[in-house]
Design a protein around this ligand. Sequence first.
Ligand code: G1P
Ligand code: ZN
Length: 558
Amino acid sequence: MNSDLSVKTLTLSNPYKIKKMGTSGLRQKQEVYNQPLFLEQFVQGAASYFSEITERENIAENNKTILLGGDPRMSNKKRIDTIARILIGNGFRVMIAKKGLASTPAMSNGICKLKVAGGIILTASHNPYTDVGIKINNADGSPALEEAANRMHDLQNSVSEVKIADQSALNNGKYTEYVDIIKLYTELLDKIFDFNEMKSDLKKFNLKGAFDPMFGAGGPFAEAVFIDALGMDTRMIRSEPREDLGGRDEKGEPLHPEPDFDYIKELIQLNGSGGYDIVSAWDSDVDRRLNGGSGFFVESADEFTLFAKYSDLINIETLFENTIYFCRSTVTADTIDKMENFLKSKFSRREVKIVETPTGFKWIAELGNWGVEESNGVGNPYIREKDGIFASVFLLKILLKTGKTVKELVEDIWKEFGRVYFTRGEISGSDDTEKEQLARILNNAAEFEGKRFKTLTLESAGSWDYIHPVTGKTASKGAAWVLKFSSGNTIKARFSGTGSSGYTLRVYCSKYDTRYDIPKSHITQPMKEAFDEFLRAGGFNRKSEKYIDANQPDIYKR
Ligand code: G1P
Ligand code: ZN
């Protein structure tokens, strides 16, 4: 041991039973993470995991470094210090994002650029500040997959002692280095999009932007990109990172730093004014986005079709060896699927595959990270995470290249390929027997085949398994229930894997139509009603309530 390092051993007399990491790390309430020695036990398990992989991969002793950073939520900065001390106590060096502040995509990029052995990202993403989350990422910047989560879970639950370095290790450059993660990230975007070119186009066309980082990690990143690097005429709202991510609403409920219509009232107003060519909101760790402009908001899946159409602007062919994978999660609107022939002829020198994946971006990440989720996540194929600011800059680049508005761009796609009308609802509660009942009804849905629910007939019911496009094996079973109703009306459902308590059944309605300008509710309402009726027939009496209409207001009124 080095003489300048003092390491203590903490003995856990009563270790916790730590849950396995879910869709995106381990999310728990503040009170859970704040229990004495809980974080310490969690991190000791993660440190043992990192020790195993660095050993297995023969990583040189001096490269045993882990990158740390996260969103600004309450106590994260303090947690980063504790995590750093435990990693150092376990023989690692740490690099810490300045002020502890980093977006998930910037961490992914930082892990690669700094060539570290992995990263720990502190964020509960779009959940309110009352939740805490910790994600573990691999040396290539991607989130830990199932196998890693299992191993870590075992290790975390067999911890009896925690090795923790003294506070002074955080001020010793030999063990701790503070890094400018924002600069590294801005350099990445510059390489992808060519900021000089965009800057001069912006001068010519004078586009204006309004951006809402929702008091999360995004503010300093957005300022660095849109104001400092691009010199854009920019209106920023809620841009300073805050511990309480905006605090509570008038009813006393904590605000969700989530770019959904429910939570971005001011941005909706600004967009409605028509004075901004591009508007964006990002969640707390900036891996989700909601984009729009000139009075229009664009749905996640629709925006991805736009990105697919213009993917040569980001040199997509250079990023994939043989096959270019365009991915969407199974519950996401399948508009990209309608573009298959177009993409095949556009990228004729490569094989093009459209892949339907389970929920969780890790499935898209492993195929090259070029894909989309309905929950406002889109990949940046230069890294291995979703990336909100990447999406906004890409949209801006397309606006500058085409001279069209966001609405014109999306309508062009719908006119050419048709439109998938889509909405997402949910039923949530805290009662486990309700959850079991819902699962039972959905598992037995085939019993209702041929039966009419309001205006729609259930034609088939089953569940969807993921056949991996590379291995050909079933990589995930029962990732969603699928109910096919008459006339192409499709409802999918699955339980949320990111909540910190209770259950949430997510309900997804979609229908393809070659006409694009029908008021959305005309198409989605019959599906909502049919699904509620179907649940009632199975004995469940609550309605699926929160339909956010997938962030697309009915712009086409009749
Ligand atoms: C939610 C989203 C899903 C996303 C995940 C992590 O998961 O629905 O698309 O991958 O957050 O950002 P869920 O709560 O539905 O399991
Ligand atoms: Zn997020």
